[in-house]
Design a protein around this ligand. Sequence first.
Ligand code: AMP
Length: 398
Amino acid sequence: MKKMTIDNINFEGKRVLTRVDFNVPLDKDLNITDDIRIKSTIPTIEKILNDGGKLILMSHLGRPKGEKKPEFSLAPVAKRLSELLGKDVKFLNDCIGDEVENSVNTMKSGEIILLENLRYYKQEEKNDPTFAEQLAKLGDVYVNDAFGTSHRAHASTEGVTKFIKPAVAGYLMEKELDYLGTAIENPVRPFTAILGGAKVSGKIDVIENLFGKVDTLLIGGGMVFTFLKAMDYNIGKSLIEEEKVELASEILTKAEEKEIAFILPTDVVCAKEFSNDSEAKIFDIDQIPDDYMGLDIGPKTIQIYLDSIKRSKTIVWNGPMGVFEFSNFANGTIKIAEGLAKVTELGATTIVGGGDSAAAISSIGLENSISHVSTGGGASLEFLEGKELPGVAALSDL
Ligand code: AMP
């Protein structure tokens, strides 16, 4: 990695202002229902504390939109982090201002403070320089371990780096960039990407960027049908983006010109209604009746995709193969997840983009059987699109 990381710094005696992604899900009683995001930052936290640094953690949670709404408080996170570390975590009920500065300036080495939700201030998402400067007063060094928000130029991810140097990557950020970066820039071949999800429009830039890099693209999810339509198949009541049919057609031509194996399903699991209770029937893609819609990839397709996965040495997956929220249409997504786990065991590098595909992997308990499950849905997608992530670009060069 060409950016400085926390391994380049000894934090002894320093105030270390650290952006983390503690945007955890909470139930209605404000209990944390999944603490993976907190756990993932522990290696970074431990390195800073073991060096003798004074750790000031900051994050957003949910979308309070500039208002101090108690249901978006980070207080429950401070409690959970304290339990996980077996150590006091002092929670401050603001993230800027005199009182916060006083608390930070009287910290001792090895102590931890968690600031209140950054998005209680509108200025955070607006990347307001005055707000960024106020945050910067809290640190001598800046660490960014929040890959999941690095695709946004916010005050705590980008603005703040104009006022504190060095600005370095934490371990989680480094791991994300290493896995995604190596896959895209220097993959062990054959390199296969599996793309699913609802719409072509959400994945166009990824497809185009990956065209220059992959050997094979396996396509699933709702976007399949816009491609099938472009090939003149009858797609019944399946999801369609009429205005993208021409683009889909251009993509198919481009794949042919570039000699990329751009593989679409040969069969699909269909139903008459968009419902888990609607009877599932399997049709070849040239047999989809008018009154049916495709909701998952079919068994022949699963086999073809699994064979392709087996031959690959690097695999990146983003987007479910079907409507995996409905148990009767989750089979394609589950089988692909299991296939990835199997080839990982045999030595392939497997990377799952965040969001729905990561949720699918963890719902079947395979998150530890994949080389890397990204913590950032939007960020990993933008990375795969070939875009520069502002929160990464802002870090100090090595
Ligand atoms: P995305 O956010 O674009 O990755 O899309 C994820 C969503 O795509 C999930 O909520 C899936 O239910 C949905 N999806 C996957 N396959 C289909 C399909 N065949 N028809 C409609 N929606 C689908």
